[in-house]
Unconditional design. Structure first.
Length: 220
């Protein structure tokens, strides 16, 4: 192997190592892993999809969740800011759109918003599903954009420097951009939620926080 080829190989190894560090930090902050790594009904936070949305309209936007009986039906009516995801044994058309938006067919489940803190930058929508036992908490982290939850089963407690709020089954919870947070599974049931992190494409989905310590307001 020539010296030049060795140098290129060394640079490639360094680049991959740095990339792995970034990915590990983001995964640590959010506590989420790709859904392809899940085994059976394993508990945790699982990344279902990362969708590039480009620049978003500067008007009130909402997160719409609609169920379809088959994935093909949802794909046929998916718009430019829509994503079809398979979660909790259902097919979901997840869309960022104005209030009152309704696709053909399907069963409307939720309209969540308005979504706070949207800038003129390019955005990516990271969709996740979470399912953990009562008392389980995330690490302390923040997102540069808003994080939205729709809880199907159980209860979610969100603690920030502004206090705490609890999201019950059938309700939505919104965390504004840039605020430190810790999420705790509340109540007595294993929580199951759909999650949207809407973040600027040029920035990480999540970052660890070391300048704020929760007060433990979400203790069971």
């Amino acid at each position: 192997m020539t010296i030049r080829r060795c140098a290129r190989s060394a640079l490639a190894i360094v680049a991959w190592s740095l990339m792995a560090v970034v990915v590990s930090e983001q995964a640590l902050a959010q506590g989420c892993r790709p859904v392809s790594e899940r085994v059976g009904d394993q508990m945790g936070c699982w990344i279902l999809s990362d969708e590039s949305l480009g620049q978003l309209p500067q008007k009130p936007l909402f997160w719409h969740l609609v169920n379809y009986p088959a994935r093909a039906e949802a794909e046929m009516v998916k718009g430019p800011r829509g994503t079809v995801i398979d979660a909790f044994q259902k097919i979901w058309l997840s869309t960022i759109a104005e209030s009152g938006w309704q696709p053909p067919g399907g069963v409307r489940v939720a309209e969540i918003g308005p979504i706070p803190g949207i800038s003129n930058e390019l955005y990516t929508a990271s969709y996740m599903e979470t399912g953990n036992a009562p008392g389980n908490s995330t690490t302390v982290h923040r997102h540069d954009g808003p994080e939205l939850f729709y809880t199907l089963v159980g209860e979610l407690c969100l603690e920030t420097p502004d206090g705490m709020k609890i999201g019950h089954a059938g309700e939505s919870t919104i965390a504004p951009p840039g605020i430190p947070m810790r999420l705790t599974n509340y109540g007595t049931e294993r929580r199951r939620s759909l999650v949207l992190v809407l973040h600027e494409t040029a920035k990480p989905m999540a970052t660890p926080v070391s300048d704020w310590t929760p007060k433990g307001l979400c203790k069971l």
